[in-house]
Design a protein around this ligand. Structure first.
Ligand SMILES: NC(=O)c1ccc[n+]([C@@H]2O[C@H](COP(=O)([O-])OP(=O)(O)OC[C@H]3O[C@@H](n4cnc5c(N)ncnc54)[C@H](OP(=O)(O)O)[C@@H]3O)[C@@H](O)[C@H]2O)c1
Length: 251
């Protein structure tokens, strides 16, 4: 797809799935404002990538970032992808209030705060086909009693994308629910540091249960975003798109 002249905002653009999505848009001609906190991995993206530091758990920083995006893009935005997140594992019988707040802020609240403040820019875009994509998770469709906050927030995110599709005629809205994608997310939990060998062993073990027999590369999620933002998907909105190698057939 040719995304020449597209103005794109990607939250969580500095790593994993969001980085692959930013790269895909840039390779197809778009200009991307990329949000994150650590820009080590974005150096290869060149001049079409505009880095913008933002902690998405901070509502004031979100408002300031939206202002920056509107000013930089002349109040026009073709695509917003929100891929910022982290695994927040929590069992059903142990829910400290700080973990609850972290989950809500990092896995749900920014999706809503950003999108609601970007509506006028999305409606003003030159492509006339604005698209919002929230990266959810296959965990939104399964019952994991040791992962309740993550699952709850991702399920709410799926519902929010449908509410958006219904409430914002003219803006197409999706969630993407990935299964296991090989990204740095598996090494982010400093309380459970895993070596690269341990992560590979975990992927090998998981692959045995996945019908496609492997974990996925983040570029495969970016390919799905490319499709959703293309005219080929122009009759799709309000949908949660599962990309899981078939793992959810077990549930
Ligand atoms: N990988 C998987 O198997 C998988 C499966 C299902 C769903 N997901 C979902 O996919 C999304 C992306 O995950 P990933 O695998 O690409 O993880 P990742 O490689 O760890 O990337 C996470 C991104 O989120 C950003 N981020 C985290 N906390 C932030 C904060 N407080 N403020 C601003 N940015 C923040 C990170 O930015 P900085 O590093 O710059 O802070 C980074 O760009 C997440 O929502 C995750 O739940 C992933």
């Amino acid at each position: 797809m040719n995304f020449q002249n597209y103005k794109v905002l990607v939250a969580g653009s500095t790593s994993g799935i969001g980085l692959a999505i930013a790269k895909m848009f840039i390779e197809h001609g778009a200009t991307v404002i990329g949000l994150g906190r650590n820009f080590e991995r974005t150096k290869e993206l060149g001049k079409q990538y505009i880095p913008c530091k933002c902690d998405v758990t901070d509502a004031d920083q979100i408002t300031a970032t939206v202002e920056f995006v509107k000013k930089t893009f002349d109040n026009k935005l073709d695509v917003f992808v929100d891929s910022a997140g982290l695994g927040v594992k929590q069992p059903v019988d142990d829910v400290p209030v700080e973990r609850f707040d972290l989950a809500i802020n990092l896995l749900l609240r920014h999706h809503i705060l950003f999108t609601s403040q970007l509506v006028d820019a999305l409606r003003s875009c030159d492509s006339k086909d604005p698209v919002v994509v929230h990266i959810s998770s296959a965990a939104s469709r399964s019952i994991e009693s040791d992962n309740i906050l993550y699952g709850l927030c991702k399920t709410a995110c799926n519902l929010y994308a449908k509410q958006l599709a219904k409430g914002l005629h003219g803006v197409r809205s999706f969630t993407i629910s990935p299964g296991t994608i090989a990204t740095p997310i598996f090494d982010r939990d400093k309380n459970a540091h895993r070596t690269p060998e341990q992560i590979q062993a975990m992927f090998d073990q998981l692959s045995k249960a996945i019908p496609c027999q492997r974990v996925a590369d983040p570029s495969e999620v970016a390919d799905l975003v490319e499709f959703l933002c293309s005219p080929d998907a122009s009759y799709m909105t309000g949908t949660d798109c599962l990309i899981d190698g078939g793992i959810m057939t077990q549930f």
